[in-house]
Design a protein around this ligand. Sequence first.
Ligand code: ZN
Length: 155
Amino acid sequence: MTRPPLRRWPLARAVLTAANGTTLAGMAVAVLTGAKLRRGRHGILVAEGYRRKVPPATCFTVGSVVITRRSAEWLLHEQRADLLAHESRHAGQYAVLGPLFWPAYWAACGYSWLVSGSFGSRNVFERHAGLEKGGYCEVPLRPWARRFRRNADGN
Ligand SMILES: [Zn+2]
């Protein structure tokens, strides 16, 4: 009997992010910033107690390591299931893109800011991970971008 492919994805994600070096980079960020590494779920590691000012987010992900200002217990609590799912999706993006995630993500931030004034709202990686689950809200396009889109749509 074969297992459904989605059950194997967390393992594949963990193996891929280990092989492409992004999880090692996440562990290095944790060690170098004094965050404490803990085991999460489904191949995700949690680095708790991050204290640096940048990035200002409560959580961010590098490889299969979710780095948080809060405790691992806080992040792994069922009330944060959506946030953990969001960050785990980023781990999946690292699994697919490897180190190319970084320039691709920053380009997506730039695009999103350009068309909407928000780094996340129109960022393809944040949208794929789930805007609301990640604490983002969708903001309208800037007027020029709306006009451009209307013209492109032929309306
Ligand atoms: Zn995100």
